[in-house]
Design a binder for this molecule. Structure first.
Ligand SMILES: *Cc1c(COP(=O)(O)O)cnc(C)c1O
Length: 405
């Protein structure tokens, strides 16, 4: 069986983790701080806070911005549920919008969904392909949209407009018009979950890139405290002589990253562009070369002269199939010992979101993308032979199912 997404593992990662295990300090400490510095240099944003997940990062930012009951947050219907669940946790109202043919959020749909209650927009770089940030950033600055923004907290007043919070769980290393995912908008969140491009088993990071007059280092410190119970000193700082006394300034959360996790990330970030991204691009190019001869194969865009994906996953669509025919194709692919997946089932099709009153019929592009989509495996250890085997399995499966209709 060709697995879908095993993590890349080697001796360098093992050695770095073992070094931490024997170092006398295994939770948040020097390695997490070093990983944060390297991530800041890599993304080109202003500061980075590492956490135990991207989900925690998204939620902390919403809390920091003061998002709560009565506020609206715009989220694509086509995403992983974490993007939407955090809005529910804050007690705010979710406003789902439709996608474009490239799987990313539709800027026109965002524009139509903005109201005087909108506080945050969360675009998602699906498969690592950056959204159209020039258009999204310009939208929130537009006079008529800015003038209907109602600030109810100090942070909202300082920004004076809707916050753009990028869900870059897929897109670390993605580029848009020469800039990296991380400094394309106000705040960006990466995920280092086990199936993502750069993994720490579980983990995430907030990239701060807020405009003047915000002090991104100060906000880093505030959210660092928020991620550790609202405690003014972390365990490492309290270890220093004469430094045991601390204060609690708010009822914070507990979502810090450990140095064990950071060890894995430290190794990966230092070879990410030259090694991981090169490998992933090679796999996508090979899929593209092999599949482009088939009329039924609709291939994803993952690079243009202006923008490059982080090559996270390969979103194949089959032209002219129904959802149940697509399901049959997936069944046949699995029968040929290849694991594939679907990214994503639109959230309005899920029980919980249906219970909130959302209907998938209102997101026709998201549904069309989903209903014809099959995600092919992309990971560091996937060899050329394995890619060819995946292609063979997909072609056989499509031929088999096509014969029946
Ligand atoms: C994986 C993922 C997340 C959540 O990441 P965690 O680090 O597991 O919290 C959020 N959004 C998208 C689009 C994802 O794919």
């Amino acid at each position: 069986m060709i697995p879908f997404s095993p993590p890349r593992m080697d001796q360098r990662i093992v050695d770095e983790v073992v070094d931490t295990l024997y170092s006398g300090w295994i939770t948040t400490g020097p390695k997490t701080k070093r990983f944060e510095k390297l991530l800041t240099q890599y993304g080109g944003h202003k500061s980075t806070l590492c956490l135990n997940s991207a989900t925690a990062g998204l939620e902390l930012v919403l809390h920091w911005f003061g998002v709560g009951p009565g506020d609206e947050v715009i989220v694509p219907a086509y995403t992983y549920n974490a993007t939407a669940n955090v809005v529910v946790h804050c007690g705010a109202t979710l406003v789902f919008v439709d996608s474009c043919e490239d799987f990313n959020i539709s800027v026109r749909a965002i524009e139509n969904a903005i109201s005087s209650k909108t506080k945050v927009i969360i675009p998602v770089d699906i498969a690592g392909w950056p959204c159209d940030y020039d258009a999204i950033n310009a939208l929130v600055l537009r006079d008529d949209i800015r003038s209907q923004f109602k600030a109810t907290t100090k942070e909202q007043e300082q920004l004076g407009r809707i916050l753009v919070l990028s869900d870059a769980a897929h897109s670390i290393g993605g580029r848009y018009k020469g800039k990296m995912a991380g400094n394309l908008t106000d705040i960006t969140v990466y995920s280092f979950h086990a199936v993502k491009n750069l993994t720490t088993a579980e983990g995430g990071a907030i990239c701060f890139n807020l405009p003047e007059p915000f002090d991104n280092l100060q906000i880093y410190q505030r959210l660092n405290i928020k991620s550790l119970h609202g405690q003014t000193k972390d365990a490492l700082a309290k270890n220093q002589i004469g430094n045991w006394r601390y204060d609690i300034v708010e009822a914070g959360y507990k979502c810090n990253m450990t140095d064990i996790q950071a060890s894995m990330g430290l190794v990966e970030i230092q070879r990410y562009d030259e090694d991981m991204l090169v490998k992933r691009k090679h796999i996508l190019d090979r899929y593209k070369a092999a599949l482009s001869q088939y009329k039924w194969a609709q291939l994803p865009t993952y690079e243009t002269p202006e923008s490059q994906s982080s090559y996270h996953i390969f979103l194949l669509r089959i032209t002219g199939v129904t959802e149940s025919q697509r399901d049959q194709v997936i069944q046949e692919i699995f029968r040929q010992e290849v694991a594939v997946n679907v990214h994503f089932v639109p959230l309005p099709m899920m029980t919980f979101y249906k219970s909130l009153g959302y209907r998938v019929e209102d997101y026709p592009v998201a549904y069309d993308n989903y209903s014809r989509e099959i995600t092919l495996p992309v990971y560091y250890d996937l060899t050329d032979d394995m890619v060819d085997e995946v292609v063979r399995a997909v072609v056989n499966a499509v031929n088999m199912v096509m014969k029946q209709f």
